[in-house]
Design a protein around this ligand. Structure first.
Ligand SMILES: Nc1nc2c(ncn2[C@@H]2O[C@H](COP(=O)(O)OP(=O)(O)OP(=O)(O)O)[C@@H](O)[C@H]2O)c(=O)[nH]1
Ligand SMILES: Nc1nc2c(ncn2[C@@H]2O[C@H](COP(=O)(O)OP(=O)(O)OP(=O)(O)O)[C@@H](O)[C@H]2O)c(=O)[nH]1
Length: 516
């Protein structure tokens, strides 16, 4: 239809092209403004502290709300600490979980243990209600929410903590939350006494939520901006090199690590042989090559007597899960054995696994030095590979030689791009603009023998890593597979997303009702 129209009105087609180019430009500029998933390391940290039983845990849960499930265990070099992501009026921060730590000294079973704990603590110059670990939480935070009990009023314990904050953390902004003030009539009165502390008291109720908005308004004005540079430094891209035995994984790993490294370290993971290798490039990009022990071990076996060790599917699965980007290495010699270019079936299965787990992907055709090339260009080969590896048809393909090191570093460039798209978020406005135009070009199909037609009300990006979209529609069943495929192609065409799978969920009113 559209083609016929264009044939009749060539000027309209030209118009369409220029507006399409224009639109693409707008969308790609949006891409750079779009909110990227900020890693925990780069978020401003906020500690919630106070005496035992003032309601710290309750307030913590109130602030993190539905995000509570995303508890993130960040394995630090020296200690593990829990952060929970929180957001208020578009400001993201991480609450440092000091909960349970504060009161544990007070909960020690014997008088003697309690006395010892309190001696330890005062030796460190800390208030008696604060434990060393909680103090460490404060230490690494940018801002502090100090919780007091509005029912009990200001106590010596509160004053002790505030004194300590003034002495040891005088530069950190403190917001004073006077908790348990659920009665609006009494709240201001309860809070009034706390003006003596020199801080503005915010009457709140962690349980009912009253007053917490005003308190958070005040908190977020005190938070530092998220530093873009810090984001890039903070989030190494984790890359899993996977592939069948003998395709050249360890040769590639050595080429990557040996060539451009400035820091290489082996990080021992939780399981005995999950060793990751960190790689810092001269331009500052950081990568973490996950599960490199597996690759090294297999290489050792291969160079011994038994080269034909089979790759266990669960091992591949484990590596895929642990990485953000899966580098799927394929042996070029095997692809060209039959005289034509054919990607082996097992590699197709691995590509399927990667797509199903929702990881970004780079396809590497290795041993490119060892095959006879026809007159085809690399671009032709690339198309051929992607046509045969349909589950990852959105991936970048790199043709390498681990022996001559040809294009080996391009694997990392492709992984960077893939990871950037994997983490990407686009604005709801942009998304809906694309949806509107997609529907305008091709309307959802009408059901046979019925006047019913699919309608899309609006769309939203529900998650990143991988980008996940939800289409709110009248009835999901009215959207055929064919139409859904067309839709995904249009999204990719208009917004990009090279290197990452995307997910689209179609949610009808009916299914919403079913869920409620
Ligand atoms: N009335 C009222 N009670 C609250 C409120 N917030 C917490 N509480 C109660 O206060 C008690 C202590 O709450 P938690 O959140 O466990 O206090 P905490 O400061 O984390 O306590 P520790 O873990 O011992 O340090 C519980 O019985 C809560 O139900 C509130 O806003 N209003
Ligand atoms: N010609 C050529 N040979 C290669 C290339 N990369 C690896 N090889 C050879 O392929 C064989 C297998 O390489 P490895 O790096 O051990 O392969 P792997 O995937 O780690 O193998 P497993 O440990 O069995 O999983 C070795 O003999 C390498 O020398 C390449 O780019 N070109």
């Amino acid at each position: 239809m559209a083609k016929e129209r264009e044939a009749e009105h060539p000027e309209a087609a030209e118009d369409k092209l220029s507006s399409k180019a224009e639109r693409k430009k707008r969308l790609w500029s949006d891409r750079y403004q779009s909110v990227r998933e900020v890693p925990f390391e780069a978020l401003p940290k906020v500690a919630v502290i106070g005496r035992p039983n003032v309601g710290k845990s309750a307030l913590f849960n109130r602030i993190t709300g539905s995000n509570k499930a995303i508890v993130f265990n960040e394995p630090g070099v020296t200690r593990d600490r829990l952060y929970t992501r929180a957001e208020w009026t578009g400001h993201e921060f991480a609450l440092v979980d000091t909960g349970g730590l504060m009161s544990s000294a007070a909960q020690l079973p014997t008088q003697e243990a309690r006395a010892q704990a309190s001696r330890d603590i005062s030796a460190a110059g800390l208030p008696s209600a604060i434990e060393r670990q909680a103090a460490a939480g404060v230490q690494e935070s940018h801002s502090i929410i100090m919780v007091v009990d509005g029912k009990v009023g200001l106590t010596a314990g509160d004053e002790e903590i505030l004194d300590w904050l003034r002495k040891s953390h005088s530069k950190k902004p403190v917001v004073l939350a006077v908790n348990k003030c659920e009665s609006p009539a009494k709240a201001d009165l309860q809070a009034a006494e706390f003006w003596n502390t020199g801080l503005e008291p915010f009457p709140v109720s962690a349980i009912s939520g009253a007053g917490t908005g005003e308190m958070l308004d005040s908190l977020v004005t005190k938070l530092p901006d998220i530093d873009q540079a810090e984001i890039d430094v903070a989030a190494p891209i984790s890359v899993a090199i996977i592939g069948r035995p003998n395709v050249g994984k360890s040769s590639l790993l050595n080429a990557l690590v040996g060539q451009e490294r400035s820091i290489v370290s082996s990080l021992r993971g939780t399981t005995r042989d999950a060793i990751d290798t960190e790689l810092l490039l001269p331009d500052g990009r950081q990568f973490k090559l996950v599960d490199t022990a597996g690759i090294r071990k297999r290489a050792a076996i291969a160079s011994g007597k038994d080269g034909a060790e089979t790759l266990s599917a669960s091992r591949a699965m484990g590596a895929i899960r642990r990485g953000e980007v899966a580098v799927l290495v394929i042996d070029a010699i095997e692809c060209t054995e039959s005289g034509r270019f054919v990607v082996p079936t097992q590699d197709f299965r691995l590509a399927e696994l990667i797509a199903n787990v929702g990881r970004a992907c780079v396809v590497v055709i290795n041993k490119w030095d060892a095959v006879e090339k026809e007159t085809n260009t690399l671009r032709d080969y690339q198309k051929e590979v992607l046509a045969q590896l349909r589950p990852v048809s959105w991936a970048t393909v790199v043709f390498t030689s681990a022996v001559t090191k040809q294009r080996v570093m391009q694997i990392l460039d492709a992984a960077s791009l893939a990871s950037e798209n994997h983490r990407r978020r686009i604005s709801t406005a942009t998304l809906n603009m694309v949806v509107k135009e997609t529907v305008a070009w091709r309307a959802p199909p009408q059901v046979k023998n019925s006047y019913r037609k699919g309608r899309i009300y609006y769309a939203t990006q529900a998650a990143a890593s991988p980008p996940t979209f939800v289409m709110f529609v009248n009835d999901a069943k009215l959207f055929s597979d064919d139409y859904r495929k067309y839709f995904e192609r249009q999204l990719r065409d208009n917004i990009g997303f090279p290197g990452t799978p995307i997910r689209i969920f179609w949610r009808g009113k009916q299914s919403q009702r079913d869920r409620d």
